[in-house]
Design a protein around this ligand. Sequence first.
Ligand SMILES: [Zn+2]
Length: 319
Amino acid sequence: MAQHFLLSAEARTLSLRDIYRGGEQSAYETFKRMRWADTHGQPVCPACGCLDSKPIKDRPTFRCIACNKQFSVTSGTIFASRKMAYVDLLAAICIFVNAAKGLSALQLSRDIDCQYKTAFVLSHKLREALAAELADATPGGEIEIDGAYFGGHIRPANFKEKRIDRRKAVHQTGQRRVVVALRERQGRTYTHVVTSEADGLSIAAKARKGSTFYADEASHWDALHDSLVAFRINHSEAYSYLDGVHTNGVESFFSRLRRMVSGQHHHVSPQYLYQYANHAAWLEDHRRHSNGANAFAILGGALNHPVSRVWAGYWQRSN
Ligand SMILES: [Zn+2]
């Protein structure tokens, strides 16, 4: 039997040992090469694009010859105003990509010995950066579509006589959301957080023309047939029909997201559920890449992603 990819040496191209052995200077050089890839790590002023700058003594900062502004390798990126050492940031990204089912902020804070708040915001910034890969993309081709509920758990009362019917609408907390996922059979996984699974219909309608949909037997998908090409699988009959009709790909994504939510985060707020859905989709789509390739994909994405509107100064605003 062929060896599973994740067990092979090709899957392990980056380690914490190598990152820390390389040290701060080596990590800094990595950041420069990833940020200024076109100039092989030579600084480019983010304000005016000038290639001439002077390093400022004893600081990892440059002054632009043309516009006189100061900048660093992380200026204007999602890592702007970073306080963490480059080597720790690189290690955090390595730990983040190695966690196939996601990573709680508490665990990351223990691993790199930083405050919980720092790990929380850093993780969310990384999620924002990785989701940007699909910002301008539209799903198309053969697409498996499905939805699943997350959040809004109602804890049952201790005594039986005090327990309520948790299925009733009047008892709902308003915290429950649906993640609708569109998984291209030959490509990427797109996620949307909505309040009802039926909202998936309008999401499907935005896919590229000529796409083919695969959905399960849930009745709200019946309307897919009105305007789109759709095939259905009845899971009470089979998980896959012989003609290739199944939704196993999108089910596999939901399996990862469930494990992430129940095994790592335990509680997710409806407000930030989209971040975990994007994270699980990214992990699913990159599961056959080496951990080094994935770490550099995230680092490169983060260094090309503007300052986060949601996460920059998050704790300063919420305190
Ligand atoms: Zn400049």
